[in-house]
Write a protein that binds this ligand. Structure first.
Ligand SMILES: N[C@@H](CCC[C@H](N)C(=O)O)C(=O)O
Length: 314
């Protein structure tokens, strides 16, 4: 079985020989990046999985293809309302599945576009891109990038204010199932609060946590410990580990950090801050809530983006 999978991985990546790629990460959430300015590439789910394989491929939590929006049907639709969104982030999870959104991926994608000379974005400048979760606007900051991730919403129907939980989550290492809230950031998340860092460390994420009920399209699961004190100088602070749909445990998840801040702020109640630092195994990302267009509250995600290598598939 092992041997068959290995042989399949080799066969699948072989079809892409000669392809130029870069490797990048945002707080340790790492991606294989490819530029496809003519929309000429068809990358199958098997090829994505082969490229993201950490032993037999380049290795990554996901793959990002940069393609002009006008060359994709979903991009053409998006251009009608956002004519400036010339580039589209075609994101796939490491197992080859599609996801609507990737918060760390957006920052790394824009950094890649700049590095490849496909866009010019000076510090302080802003850029709008297309994604399957809609158009996103990014500002280049001194420390990296700040992304308007758009509005958040609870996944399960019901009165928001009275809601304390909507699922139970169990995971290896946790003795009993824990209450959780499911939040959409374009993609689905289920957030579980734990009392202590020791409990977070004891949680084993090599197998997917069990979520009941599970959101309709599956979910990413965030385990979160509030800092003590929760708020310092007006900024909330939490520590998070994540099991990502289509990947497994990752060092960081941008949309997961946003969903975690949404849930913890909701649980903390009135007076909870609108600015949060989310500590993940791969670093720290910032999350802010602000009034967005159409009366909806938006979420801003900020953090670094790094390109570590570029090469050609042999
Ligand atoms: N790591 C990403 C999220 C990637 C997609 C996720 N695995 C899903 O299937 O929704 C992030 O930084 O947001």
């Amino acid at each position: 079985m092992e041997e068959n999978l290995a042989a399949a991985a080799d066969r699948n990546s072989a079809g892409l020989s000669g392809l130029n790629f870069s490797k990048g990460h945002g707080t340790g959430n790492d991606f294989v990046l490819i530029a496809d300015p003519n929309g000429a590439l068809t990358v199958t789910a098997e090829q994505v999985a082969a490229l993201c394989d950490r032993h037999r491929g380049i290795g990554g939590d996901g793959l990002i293809r940069a393609v002009p929006s006008m060359l994709l049907p979903e991009g053409q639709e998006l251009l009608m309302d956002h004519p400036g969104a010339k580039w589209f982030m075609d994101y796939r999870n490491g197992d080859g599945s599609l996801s609507e959104m990737c918060g760390n991926g957006v920052r790394v994608f824009v950094h890649f576009l700049i590095a490849e000379g496909l866009v010019d974005l000076p510090a302080g400048g802003s850029l709008t891109i297309g994604t399957r979760g809609g158009a996103k606007t990014i500002v280049r900051t001194a420390a990296g990038y700040a992304v308007d991730m758009g509005p958040w919403e609870f996944i399960f129907p019901g009165e928001a204010t009275a809601r304390a939980m909507d699922s139970l989550v169990s995971a290896a290492g946790l003795e009993v199932a824990r209450p959780a809230l499911s939040v959409s950031m374009g993609n689905p998340h289920t957030v579980v609060a734990l009392a202590e860092l020791a409990e977070l460390e004891a949680t084993a994420l090599f197998t997917p946590p069990h979520v009941d009920p599970t959101p309709p399209h599956g979910t990413n699961v965030e385990f979160v410990v509030p800092s003590e004190p929760l708020v310092h100088d007006g900024i909330g602070s939490i520590t998070m580990r994540v099991h990502e749909r289509g990947v497994g445990e990752t060092q960081s998840c941008g949309t997961g950090a946003c969903a975690a801040a949404v849930a913890i702020r909701h649980w903390a109640g009135e007076g909870a801050p609108d600015a949060w630092n989310v500590h993940v195994p791969g670093g720290v990302v910032g999350v802010k809530f602000f009034p967005g267009a159409g009366g909806h509250e938006h979420v801003e995600l900020s953090g670094p983006a790094v390109i570590v290598a570029s090469g050609t598939l042999s």
